[in-house]
Design a protein. Structure first.
Length: 120
């Protein structure tokens, strides 16, 4: 028998979780009213309920839902990829940490030198 299902529609082990269920679970677990989300999105409640039944949807819809509920679904889903990524803020903090560690090392050296001078 020939498999007529499109290749991109075939399920794989590393596929993302059902996005509609994921969003619905987040709303329910955080007690966010669907009405407020649908109002923010400027869609009817039935449309929002249809989103919950979809395994995936457009990035702009996910973006707007993230804004509506003040939760970064994009970042959260990105963390599940297990592919390392540094944000701009993380890179800046890493640089700041390295600078502070160098400064700390220098201050420790200076402190040791001053202790030796005081002992003499």
């Amino acid at each position: 028998m020939i498999d007529n299902q499109k290749r991109y529609q075939k399920k794989r082990d590393d596929d993302p979780k059902h996005l509609g269920n994921y969003i619905k679970w987040h709303l329910e677990s955080n007690k966010i009213k669907k009405k407020s989300v649908s109002d923010f999105l400027n869609v009817q409640a039935i449309t929002l309920n249809r989103y919950f039944k979809q395994p995936s949807f457009q990035l702009s819809i996910l973006w707007r839902i993230s804004l509506a509920v003040k939760h970064n679904f994009l970042m959260q889903l990105g963390e599940e990829l297990n592919i390392p990524y540094e944000t701009k803020a993380e890179k800046e903090l890493k640089t700041q940490l390295e600078n502070l560690q160098l400064e700390n090392r220098d201050l420790k050296r200076e402190n040791e030198l001053l202790k030796e001078l005081v002992k003499r």
